[in-house]
Design a protein around this ligand. Structure first.
Ligand code: GLN
Length: 483
């Protein structure tokens, strides 16, 4: 499969027919056993592709950064006119009347939406098994999970059922499946990409981010989606309307010197708490990657982050509390599912939510409501917020003396379908290396760094707030020279 950059250049020069490329992708999807998509946008997409082929030489089209690039969108992101379900029964049939800010940006730059990808219901999960539409399978081994919650998006990119994809990451949902499927995934700094149109799960933690088969494509997609948007009040004030140019290597010609220069002199921190619990194969690949950075001129040091042991508890309390409030809007009146005859409000509300939500979503609403209830608020939620502050400070401290932190994205490779879903706690524990990053709000990228019995392993690189550029360059340098 070509990279997005090759597709754009090919379409602009006439070497690639956008319609043919897209038809091939739909053929692949239709023959696939992976279950990457919930809804396809085939007719619309093919019509747009024909238009691109016809008008590719127009000045306006020549300027577009993603002209004709087929992209998959996680089903938590609102797309005007295309069903958006969040992989839940309760939203089945819901067609948003507006586009999320990131979708507007993609359309402006000429990307073509292939369809909406499978995910854990309302982004709650680590394996894409809580979807109402059945699990997605791992392309490297069909008996295993692709990771989650953006598993449909990462599996699609991994096998060429999409050139690029968008995911969202509340506690690892881009990086975990990127690691399990062997692709690149980036969680941006909190407040960097507009969340307008992202269906909220835990809004103080989540960000939309790019998924791609290379670091350069990841950078290009970030460049497109990180536009200023007044409608998300949590977005930082970007000074002008033009997004930053992240895709430096494309503009400069993809040169090795970009990567070597940036890695030379780089100070890397390796927090031991992130590595201790990893499987031997994961440890080995991550240490090999760190040594590769050293060969390229970086230095590293093992460090300790003492509060990390509280991260999972703090994350799940905050995430569930926010979820219990965010999901109150799904009452059967405003969106999606409406069954049976209407009775009094409480009976109707309970029946629709009872039928519409899956088990994991209900579990989290109940636990989150409990944590927020009078008498328990200070004991649980408030305490979790305090721990969050400590963890954020710990990252800020570590990143004062180190340019980036390196660690495994996931402590192990993709597990078997059905292996953990019956035991929710074992799934929560799998997020041990990803959730601290969301609590701190810092950016983090997962890049492939090896395999174990054919299953991909991900290296996670973490940077300072709003220094996406640094981790992208480090990842690029590693990708070009290391893996
Ligand atoms: N696995 C984590 C959870 O279930 C993270 C999910 C996500 O990032 N959306 O909350």
């Amino acid at each position: 499969m070509q990279t997005a950059i090759e597709v754009v250049e090919g379409i602009k020069s006439g070497a690639i027919s956008c319609e043919e490329l897209l038809s091939k992708i739909y053929d692949r999807i239709e023959k696939s056993d992976l279950n990457c998509y919930i809804t396809l946008n085939k007719e619309n997409a093919l019509e747009t592709a024909r238009d691109v082929d016809k008008r590719r030489e127009e000045a306006d089209f020549k300027r577009k950064k993603l002209l004709g690039v087929p992209i998959a969108i996680k089903d938590a992101i609102s797309t005007k006119g295309i069903q958006t379900t969040c992989a839940s029964k309760i939203l089945t049939g819901y067609v948003p009347p507006y586009d999320a800010a990131v979708i507007e940006a993609l359309k402006r730059e000429g990307a073509i939406i292939i369809g909406k990808t499978n995910m854990d219901e309302f982004c709650m999960g680590t394996s894409t098994e809580t979807s109402y539409y059945g699990p997605t399978k791992n392309p490297h081994d069909l008996t295993r999970v692709p990771g989650g919650s953006s598993g449909g998006s990462t599996a699609a990119v991994s096998v060429g059922e999409a050139v690029l994809a968008l995911g969202s990451d509340t506690g690892g949902s881009i990086r975990c499946p990127a690691s399990f499927c062997g692709v690149v995934g980036l969680k941006t700094t909190y407040g960097f990409v507009s969340r307008y149109g992202l269906i909220a799960y835990a809004n103080s933690l989540e960000q939309i981010g790019p998924i791609a088969s290379s670091v350069t494509d990841t950078a290009l997609l970030l460049e497109v989606i990180s536009t200023k948007d007044e409608r998300d009040s949590t977005q930082i004030k970007i000074k002008n309307d033009a997004p930053t140019n992240y895709c430096w290597s494309w503009r400069n010609g993809t040169t090795r010197s970009v990567s070597e220069d940036i890695i030379k002199g780089m100070r890397i921190g390796v927090p031991k708490e992130f590595i201790e619990g990893a499987s031997p194969a994961v440890k080995k690949s991550v240490w090999n990657a760190v040594r590769k950075f050293e060969d390229l001129g970086a230095s590293y040091e093992e460090i300790s982050m003492r509060n990390l042991k509280y991260a999972l508890a703090s994350y799940y309390l905050i995430a569930m509390s926010e979820a219990s409030s965010n999901l109150a809007r799904f009452d059967g009146l405003r969106y999606g599912l409406r069954t049976g005859k209407d009775e009094d409000w409480h009976t109707t509300f309970s029946r629709i939510r009872g039928e519409g939500f899956g088990e994991e979503v209900k579990r989290r609403i109940i636990l989150g409501t409990y944590a927020l209830s009078a008498g328990y608020y200070g004991k649980y939620y408030l305490k979790a917020l305090k721990v969050r502050t400590l963890i954020k400070r710990e990252f800020e401290e570590a990143l004062k003396t180190h340019d980036i932190l390196a660690m495994p994205t996931m402590p192990f490779v993709a597990f078997e379908l059905g292996e953990r879903i019956k035991d929710p706690l074992s799934l929560y524990l799998a997020d041990v290396n990803t959730v601290p990053i969301n609590l701190a709000g810092v950016p983090s990228i997962s890049v492939p760094c090896g395999t174990s019995n054919g299953l991909p392993i991900g290296l996670q690189l973490v940077g300072k707030h709003f220094e996406e550029d640094g981790i992208l360059k480090a990842a690029y340098g590693y990708e070009q020279n290391g893996c």
